[in-house]
Every structure is written in C-alpha cells, then in structure tokens.
Design a protein around this ligand. Structure first.
Ligand code: GCW
Length: 678
C-alpha cells in the first residue's frame, strides 16, 4: 500500500506499452524550474518502470517523437504547438496536454502547471485512456487547495488513525524527510498546492515553530514540498507574543504586539521565502484569541494579515468558534448557530489576504449535517470550505467510509444567496461573490502506517479530496473508479466490487450510527463507538434531547433556536417545518414524537430499528464482497482489509444493539418485526 495510487508496476496491456514506446522514449525538459525538473523525474521513473526502458533526453531527429514538457514562456517548441488563444486559456496552475504528430506535449504557464500536467498524463495512461487524439485543457476550479495536518511535534496526531506523525518524532522534525517527500508526491499528484504542517491546536512547544529553534528544519520541509509545487503554512498560537515573546499582552490593536508579529513574519520569510501564511484557530475550544482583549476576529486576522501582506502571505482564519462551556440545561443556546452569529457581522471587514475557513457543516464533521449557512452569508469575505478526510466521526479508518459523496452533497448545495445556482462550490472558488481568494482545505488522514491511512481503502478519501479540490464537478463514482484503477489495476471484477463497496459505504455507516441527522451519539473524547448520552449532559452543545415521547433538536424559528433562519429561502422555509425537512436531517431541525411519520412512510422509531438492523447486514455484505477479491489483489492489502471489515461488522452490531436498546427502553415502542432488542 505504500505506493498508493502512484504504484509503478509494469503495465500489462501490450498495446499500451507499445503505444508508449514512440514518444515516451525521449523526455525533453529544457527549463531549470524546480517543478519542471520534478515533472521530468516523475515521468522518467514511471515510464521506465512501466516499459522497462529508460527514456533519454536527446532531442529527436526530424520526424521522431518525444515527450516535450515546459511552459509557453520558457520553451518555444512548447509554445509553437498552441495558438495565442489556447495559451491564454491556461491559468496559473493549469495545463494543456496535446498530441502533436509523434510527440506529446505537456504545457503550462507555470512550472507547477507542468507538474500537474505530468501527473495527469500518467493518470490517463494508468486508467487506460488512449492518447491518439489527446488534447486536454485543465484549470483548477480552486486557487487554494490545502491540506491541514493535525500533527504535534512529539509525533502524535490529533484525530490521527494511521499511526504516528511522518513529520515529527520526539520533539523534532524527523531527520530523514524521504517519507515527507513521498507524501508530497501523493499530494501533488492530485493537485494540492499548500500544506499546513502543524496542528491547529498549537501547544507550548509548537508555538516556538516561529523561532530559530525550529525554523531551519521547517525550512527543510518547505524545500521538500516546494519541489512538488506545495507551499508550506504554519498554524500559530494567537498568544505567541506572550508565550514566546514575553510581552504582557497579545492584544491585536497594541502596537508592540503588531510589531512583534511583523518581526516574526520577517524571520519566517528569511528561512522560507515562499512561505504560504498562517492558519489560526482562535477563541475556539480553549485556544486564545482576540476576545480576551475585547477585540473581534477581524481585528485579530487583520493584524496578522498586515504582517504577511508585504511577502504575499495569507491568513487562514477558522470559523469553528462556539461556546464549549455551555450549560446543557440551557435550551436557548445553539452551537449550530455560533459561527454565523459570530462572523456575519464582520462581513466586509477582513483584509483581502484573509480567508475564512469554514467547516462543511455547522457542528463538527458528523456523518450527516446540513451545510453551514455561513457559505451564503458573507459576500464580502474570502472563504475556504473545510472537510475532514481523517475519519474522526466516520469510523476512524476502521470502518469503511468513502466520503466524497458527502462532500459532493455539500458542494452542490444551492445557497440561493444570489438566486438559483448559488452553489457552495461557487462560494468556495470565489466566483459567486467575485472574491480574490478561495478554495478547499481538509484535515489529512495519513500517518506512518505502511499504507499511509490505516484502512487500505481510506486512501480513496485523500485521493478524492484532491481531485475534488481541483474539479468539484467530478462525480464521486468517477473519482472512485480512477483511484481503484490506479491503485489496484484494471481487473474488471476488482473495479466493480470496490466501486460498489466505496459508493455504498457512507450511507451504510450512517445507517447503523446516529439516526436522521441528530449526530453525536459517540463515546466522549475519542469519539469511537456508541454512547447515546455520552454528550447529552455535557458542556459541548451537542444534544439530542431524547425522552420517552420523542427526540431531536428544535431549530425552527417558531418554537426553537431559530437556526433555520440562517439559510436563505427556500431552505429557511423548508427547514422550518418537519413536513418539508428531508428525512435524513429531520432530527437536526426538529424535535418529534417517535411515532412521527417520515416521508419514507416509516415512523421515526421504526426507522431507527430498521436502519440499525440493515446496517449490520450491509456490513456483512461488504465483507463478503471483499472475500470475492481474494487472489485478485495484493495479499497483504487483502488481509488488512479483511481484518478491518470483520471489526466493522462486530462494531456495527455494538452500535445496533446500543442504539436500538436505548430507544426501545426510552420509548416503550416495540419493533414491528419483533427482532431482538435488549
Ligand atoms: O473535530 C473537533 C476535534 C478536535 C479538533 C477540533 C477542530 C483540532 O474533536 O480534535 O481540534 O474539532 O477542528 O479544531
């Protein structure tokens, strides 16, 4: 599993190998740009492994084919293959691939674009495309395509489910960065262009990342990523002026504080000239922030943005701000409302090099949530959508859960902020409101496990995230199929089986965990496994309010917290009433009796029973499907998958029995089918 989707096994299709031998025997890259050199290296190594012959770099004699790579500005042979109009259609990170006689050309307007073009060409070949008529233009939809690591310098990873950090061990950046380099390859191959290398919860030691104690080694990491077109960013501690600088305050309007940040930023750029910027979690879950000084988040973000602006750096400011010391007895305070309530009054106040990072849903990466209403509510502010690739609440890489379908639903959601067609993907890419910065961010799922992600099929989420960030129009099944072919080869049964497994897995996971959008029925702290009341009487704002009559959170305007009004019409009206709320979100928006009838025709209680019984059956079916791959896929991967799928079955039973028993005891309503409930 180490090579993931970039494995370089010899190609088995004879036709394909022979179609590579003409143009692929020479790779001509004349520019010295670092990304172009990386592209040439990747192409050379892969083609050598595929064909058994190492391409040379001799310019072909008249009539001979080659693979020519370069930029329009830097390479006249590349430019001459395209018209002015064709060249101007290629944006900064975009590329064109073209067959020209015997040759193939990879062209970009930047080295980074050429690198993406190289990976795209390899992907086309590996997924079995024929290149005779090759003529492809591709530009990323999103300018920022970021990955966030929640790694700590002691080597642990917050919400990491695939081993220890690949970046840090025992308080240092690891001495050997070759694994980091292999990770950079994976990320670049799907178009990621920025990485935040430390946890958003910046602890004492990581606060010092901004100092000479750590900067030299962080700069080494930046060098590794730069070769793959990826800029390095750091999470910072808002209280660093106090904790590290010895100042008495971190007040963003205080001159000494502003100067301190400017000096720090200057130092960072000395070590990392193309440093991306800062990611900030402030006034959130006990992290310090501007509220301490009676300032708001625009004051905080703008101070940092001003320090970064002269160098072209940006501030990515998270909107995960809510009261995490809520009194569970208080039914008025609603965590779902918090980000919107905090941030919408600040619309228009953030500098142009600030971008707000908003989680896809208003709570916290649950298996099912509505989308965050903030996306339609800040037309004068740059915004990134944040996804969680690491499966904190979706099975922790022990259960199979392919998340691309979930992300697609969020991206395709029509906010109606500018009338019909105002989808979230257009908010994120900046086009809806004409914003200069935007894109995607996601929390990574990798660790030092040999296969990167623990569950071998969880790699599909990392792959899919990158592909979607590049092009949110790609269908979830198409992404899955691409990933399967590149990872497992082109055996028909393997493709069909894995595709079916991946595509069913999210709704399957939903079916045996928390029902109808209510969320949070997990064990506190580690969040693995069922505990229906685990968060019911706590301070985190995560309640289901189940009693003997019914369940759900009333977020209507008429009788509840009013959260439904944070959406534009028609959603605000749709979510206002239980009758028009879609079944899968019913309990997120409404408190209803167990006998309430869903659009599906079932009562709520019967839905809970049925879906939890079906969920176990579905998990058993997954394991059976996997058994059918024995002998068709790598033995080790097969065994890894097998043991995880067995665990999934056992754990789905635990979920089923805990949830069903809980609601049977609460409601006193028996299962219509008389199945065993304890
Ligand atoms: O999902 C929650 C996690 C925290 C995390 C936080 C956040 C990094 O449980 O572990 O902290 O969200 O997104 O900041």
């Amino acid at each position: 599993g180490y090579d993931a989707w970039l494995g370089r096994r010899a190609l088995t299709d004879k036709d394909q190998v022979s179609s590579l031998t003409d143009w692929a025997s020479r790779i001509i890259a004349e520019e010295s740009d670092e990304c172009i050199r990386t592209a040439a290296y990747e192409l050379t190594e892969t083609i050598t492994a595929w064909t058994g012959r190492r391409p040379d770099n001799a310019v072909p004699a008249d009539g001979g084919g080659c693979l020519r790579i370069g930029t329009f500005q830097g390479c006249s042979e590349v430019a001459s293959a395209f018209s002015e109009v064709e060249m101007s259609a290629v944006q900064a990170d975009g590329f064109r691939l073209r067959r020209a006689g015997q040759s193939i050309i990879i062209a970009g307007s930047t080295g980074r674009g050429v690198l993406y073009g190289a990976f795209a060409l390899l992907r086309l070949i590996k997924t079995g495309e024929r290149l005779n008529e090759l003529d492809e233009l591709s530009n990323p939809a999103n300018g920022l395509r970021l990955i966030n690591e929640w790694d700590n310098v002691d080597g642990s990873i917050e919400r990491g489910y695939a081993g220890r950090s690949i970046f840090y061990a025992e308080g240092e950046v690891v001495p050997d960065l070759s694994r980091v380099r292999d990770y950079a390859r994976l990320l670049a191959s799907v178009g990621i262009n920025g990485i935040v290398v430390n946890n958003v919860n910046v602890h004492r030691e990581e606060t010092l990342f901004l100092s000479e104690r750590y900067l030299p080694r962080i700069a080494d990491m930046a060098n590794v990523f730069r070769a793959y077109g990826i800029r390095l960013y750091l999470s910072i501690n808002f209280a660093a002026p106090i904790e590290m600088g010895g100042l008495a305050t971190a007040d963003p309007l205080e001159e000494a504080v502003r100067t301190w940040w400017k000096d720090r930023v200057k130092e960072v750029y000395k070590w990392i000239p193309d440093f991306g910027g800062f990611l900030v979690k402030a006034d959130s879950e006990f992290r310090p922030g501007p509220f301490t000084y009676g300032r708001d988040h625009a004051d905080g973000a703008n101070m940092l943005a001003e320090a970064l602006a002269p160098y072209g750096g940006i501030v990515v400011w998270r909107c995960f701000v809510y009261n995490c010391k809520q009194d569970w007895r208080d039914r008025k305070t609603d965590r779902a409302r918090a980000a919107y309530d905090h941030f919408t009054p600040l619309d228009g106040r953030f500098r142009d090099n600030v971008v707000l990072q908003v989680k896809n849903g208003p709570m916290d990466f649950q298996v099912r949530e509505p989308v965050s209403p903030l996306f339609g509510a800040m037309p004068h502010t740059n915004m990134l959508i944040e996804f969680q690739v690491t499966q904190e609440y979706t099975g922790q890489q022990r259960h199979l859960c392919y998340l691309v379908p979930q992300w697609k639903e969020a991206l395709d959601f029509d906010t109606h902020a500018r009338g019909e067609g105002s989808t979230i993907k257009k908010v994120a890419d900046g086009s809806l409101f004409g914003r200069p910065l935007g894109g995607f961010a996601a929390v990574s799922n990798v660790g030092d496990d040999a296969n990167w992600t623990g569950h071998p099929l969880a790699q599909a989420n990392l792959y899919g995230y990158g592909r979607l960030a590049w092009n949110p129009e790609l269908a979830a099944d198409r992404i899955a199929e691409e990933w399967i072919k590149q990872t497992f080869g082109d055996h028909d049964r393997v493709i069909k089986t894995l595709l079916a497994m991946l595509m069913s897995s999210w709704s399957l996971y939903e079916s045996y965990t928390s029902p109808l959008g209510v969320g949070w029925m997990v064990k506190p702290n580690h969040h693995y496994g069922p505990d229906v009341d685990g968060y019911e009487y706590s301070m985190w704002g995560t309640y289901h309010f189940a009693d003997c009559y019914g369940i759900g959170v009333d977020r209507s305007v008429r009788t509840g917290t009013g959260y439904a009004s944070q959406y534009h019409r028609p959603h605000s009206e749709r979510f206002e009433s239980a009758e028009t709320t879609p079944d899968e979100l019913l309990l997120f928006f409404h408190h209803v009796p167990y006998t309430h009838r869903l659009h599906s025709g079932k009562t709520v209680i019967q839905h809970i029973y049925d879906s939890h019984f079906e969920g176990v059956k579905g998990s058993e079916a997954l394991a059976e499907q996997w058994e059918g791959l024995k002998g068709l896929i790598d033995h080790d991967i097969f065994e890894q998958g097998r043991s995880r799928l067995q665990e999934q079955i056992e754990h789905a039973k635990e979920w089923r029995d805990v949830i069903n028993t809980y609601f049977w005891r609460k409601s006193g309503i028996a299962d219509e089918h008389g199945r065993t409930i304890y």
